[in-house]
Design a protein. Sequence first.
Length: 123
Amino acid sequence: MSSMLEVLLEQSNETIDAMLEDGIDPSEYYLIEHHLASQDFTKLEKAAVEMVKEGYHVDDADEFEDEQGERWFAFAASTESTLDKDVLARQVREILVVAEECDVEYDGWGTFLDEDEEDFEDE
């Protein structure tokens, strides 16, 4: 197992554990957003096409600058899932393969909880 995969799986499990400790219902479905980025838009576009083939919804890419002033492009590949460690581990493995094949960065996943969505909508 690659060290990057180990880090991503550990991060995923820690996120799930923290959410469960906060009382989140693990059987509910949540919008899971997997984050991919690259400085090369063409590579990122190829990754987006592959993610769609894998069944994920892909948002339009955003452009941003990192702390060094370097230009990056990023998108979220989304799916609905329960907080099942095995299911999310499969997704992490699947997306890391695409990221490595397309030479883009995979930064793990996140989700919005109901209260976060309400706070976001209020702003």
